[in-house]
Design a protein around this ligand. Structure first.
Ligand SMILES: C[S@@+](CC[C@H](N)C(=O)[O-])C[C@H]1O[C@@H](n2cnc3c(N)ncnc32)[C@H](O)[C@@H]1O
Length: 241
């Protein structure tokens, strides 16, 4: 897949491991039994939205030793530890994160250095950063959603993931967050999908029938072409061309 190499090369790791503390800390995945029973046995590509220090990304890398994991996260800096509640759980990182430019990103790189051939950090915001994956022709088997937990953001994440990667299993974290639950339920209700949850983990089981939009018949196409507004628009466009 030539696009894969271009994509990976466009988001390179530094040539040397950053001089940053490595950390195994992370929210981890609660409700693994659900993922164990419902995720595909094999996967070539995983897209993760919201990687932080890489805990859940490592879960996917370990679960699928042949897979490549694309990690989308802005890894933005903070002025104060108060802005980053996770530092309450990993206070040993606080000084580095608040003083060093790109501190959180450097910790992510240092912590996952050994996996650098199989993790690609797509630094930026979702849903935008799913676009380069799609443009490269990469079709993820799984999209794991654990970025912003604001309703509109989660809805954008799941709707864009579904549109760009119709064959991927969508799953994610923090089911107990209202914004997450409402957005996932909204998409599921619209698409006829079934929602599964266990602990904080959720997973959408697709209603495959809803994916099959029948191709328009010749009759329908003809009727559209004959519609007066369509004919008028074609004339206007033709005059301008
Ligand atoms: C709950 S943490 C992720 C935890 C991680 N999955 C783990 O295993 O520890 C949420 C992360 O989402 C990131 N984030 C927030 N908004 C985002 C967005 N729009 N796109 C991508 N990542 C986002 C934050 O920077 C943060 O690192």
């Amino acid at each position: 897949m030539p696009g894969l190499n271009d994509l990976v090369n466009a988001y390179p790791w530094p040539t040397r491991r950053p001089d940053a503390p490595a950390s195994e800390w992370g929210w981890g995945i609660e409700g693994r039994e659900l993922l164990d029973s419902m995720l595909p046995k094999e996967a070539r590509f995983v897209v993760e939205i919201g990687s932080l220090l890489g805990s859940s990304a490592r879960y996917f890398a370990e679960r699928y030793p042949e897979a490549h994991v694309f990690c989308i996260d802005p890894w933005f800096d903070v002025d104060s530890a108060k802005d980053r509640p996770f530092l309450n759980h990993a206070p040993e990182l606080t000084e580095f994160v608040t003083k060093e430019k790109d501190g959180i990103y450097q910790i992510f790189l240092a912590s996952n250095w050994e996996l650098r051939d199989r993790l690609t950090p797509l630094r930026g915001f979702s849903p935008d950063m799913m676009s380069p994956v799609h443009s490269a022709g990469v079709e993820p088997d799984i999209v794991y959603v654990d970025g912003s937990h604001v309703y509109e953001d989660v809805l954008a994440d799941v709707a864009v993931a579904r549109a760009l990667f119709p064959n991927a299993v969508l799953c994610g974290d923090d089911w107990d967050w209202p914004g997450v639950k409402h957005a996932v339920n909204y998409l599921a209700a619209n698409r006829g999908d079934q929602v599964h949850s266990e602990g904080n983990t959720w997973l959408l089981q697709q209603n495959k029938a809803a994916e099959r939009h029948p191709a328009p018949s010749a009759h329908t196409v003809g009727a559209v072409e004959r519609h007066p507004v369509v004919r008028m628009l074609r004339q206007v466009v033709g005059q301008r061309a």
